[in-house]
Design a binder for this molecule. Structure first.
Ligand code: BES
Ligand code: MN
Ligand code: MN
Length: 460
């Protein structure tokens, strides 16, 4: 019987062929015209789980897109791990900035380029192939359950509703949850994510006059919703880049000097960072380092702003309405509902008389999380990186959000490990997203090592 390391080397090319097939499916969860593709992607994951040796796998219908559930139970007495990930992807636009087709994957310099390559299909597929290798070589030391969803990129509403049903908890009950949807520091320095920020998302509309107006006839005499909305949005930060919403920082924990020193020990080169994204200066909250600004401090960003005339040539319009999408990233202790309320109240107060503001809460928000580094599962993950990458992973706090993680923690209460394999430079959510094929195959080995370590540590 071949061991699993030989197996993944022997079958590596086929694994990549299959990943390419997965990446060809434009499973964009936010666009209704892709509902069929979403289902195809879900079926793909289900079929590949069965092919990999899962005892059972099926689609679980939700109020939104389907979940894929699968399991391989070798012995109920062994530890059980729930693997979570998502098969949905972000929209691919702006298309014109891609050097290849987003849903026609290509391999260049040992990286696979496609929407979803790193976030999260490539990382989900690591787990499917780890299962296959362990089943094929009869070396699976744990029970594994899979829960792969199709709405992570829009706030996980279907899965949240699924978790509301306590009878559903039995199905996914596990000793630990394992997630590969975050980053490592570099290919030379692995890391394990111990915290994620929360998020709340809004769409705002400011309305002025009852119709678009000629800006010569009315300009200067009537408030322009775009001018005013820009001012309102600008007022959300002060000159030190603090967020101005009253009470916003009330629950933000202040870190001790020792904690801050620890966090800033993570290898980080500001010049490299700036260069990698083509800027020559960073701008952020006064008094904090870049690592702190994304790791332990909240933020507020505008994602889109539109209104008036944006077609070719000039049109002298004073628009009736202006719109923007924005979100806030939250840190531990901040409550998404409270912050949403504070924002709504404050932003409404910024609208001058003669205008009306409408504030719509966007997709499912979530609170931030901090994970335990003492758990058996975390130790198993540390050893796995040590074994496969030859280096102990550094603990990091990341700025992104995975909405369901806080809910898993609240509802299931088990240990959670964020064992991601992507790099900041993989351009997730951007044109030319890619995933290192080295990270892909090392990821499979790391996941296998994790199960072995967990089984071993759980015996003690
Ligand atoms: N995988 C990311 C989150 C992430 C990225 C965590 C990098 C850590 C490092 C996830 O797919 C994502 O993009 N989440 C969204 C959530 C939102 C749409 C509710 C996010 O963070 O914007
Ligand atoms: Mn993701
Ligand atoms: Mn994402």
């Amino acid at each position: 019987m071949a061991n699993s390391s030989n197996y993944i080397v022997t079958h590596n090319n086929r694994f990549i062929e299959e990943l390419i097939e997965f990446l060809r499916i434009p499973s964009i969860s936010t666009l209704s015209e892709h509902t069929g593709d979403i289902r195809r992607a879900a079926d793909f994951v289900k079929d590949k789980l069965l092919a990999a040796g899962a005892d059972k796998a099926w689609l679980v219908e939700t109020i939104g897109h389907p979940l894929v559930y699968g399991e391989k139970i070798v012995d109920p007495k062994l530890p059980t791990v729930l693997v979570y990930g998502h098969y949905d992807v972000q929209p691919a636009d702006p298309y014109e900035l891609w050097n290849s087709e987003p849903f026609d994957p290509i391999i260049k310099e040992n990286k696979i380029f496609a929407r979803g390559a790193a976030d999260d299909k490539g990382q989900v597929y690591i787990h499917v192939k780890a299962l296959e290798a362990m089943v094929a070589t009869q070396s699976l030391p744990c029970n594994i359950k899979f829960l792969i969803e199709g709405e992570e990129e829009k706030g996980s509403e279907g899965l949240t509703a699924f978790l509301e049903g306590p009878h559903n908890h039995d199905l996914i009950q596990a000793d630990a949850i394992l997630v590969s949807d975050t980053t490592i520091l570099s290919m030379d320095q692995p890391s394990l994510t111990t915290g994620l920020r929360g998020i709340i998302y809004f769409e705002v509309t400011l309305t002025g006059p009852n119709r678009d107006l000629h800006s010569g006839v009315y300009g200067g005499a009537v408030g322009n919703p775009i001018n005013i909305l820009c001012k309102m949005l600008a007022a959300l930060h002060d000159e030190n880049k603090h967020i101005t919403i009253p009470g916003f920082y009330d629950k933000v924990p202040s870190m001790t000097d020792a904690e801050r020193t620890e966090l800033n020990k993570v290898p980080f080169d500001l010049l490299d960072y700036q260069q990698s994204i083509g800027i020559d200066e960073v701008i952020g909250e006064e008094g904090y380092t870049t690592l702190e600004r994304v790791g332990i401090r909240p933020s507020l960003d505008i994602h889109g702003i539109w209104g008036g005339y944006i077609g070719k040539g000039a049109k002298t319009v004073l628009p009736a309405q202006a719109h923007a999408k924005l979100s806030m990233r939250l840190v531990p202790n901040q409550d998404a509902n409270e912050v949403a309320e504070a924002f709504t109240k404050y932003f409404s107060s910024l609208a001058p008389k003669g205008t009306r503001v409408q504030i719509k809460l966007g997709h499912g928000g979530c609170n931030a999380i901090v994970l335990s580094q003492d758990s058996t599962a975390f130790q198993a993950a540390q050893h796995a990186f040590g074994n496969v990458w030859g280096k102990r992973p550094i603990a990091t706090r990341e700025g992104g959000s995975i909405p369901i993680i806080a809910k898993f923690k609240e509802k299931l209460g088990c240990d959670i490990v964020l064992m991601g394999f992507s790099l900041d430079s993989d351009a997730i959510h951007s044109p030319n997203e890619h995933f290192s094929l080295t990270a892909f195959s090392k990821g499979i080995s790391t996941v296998i090592s994790f199960y072995e370590n967990l089984a071993e540590l759980s015996k003690k």
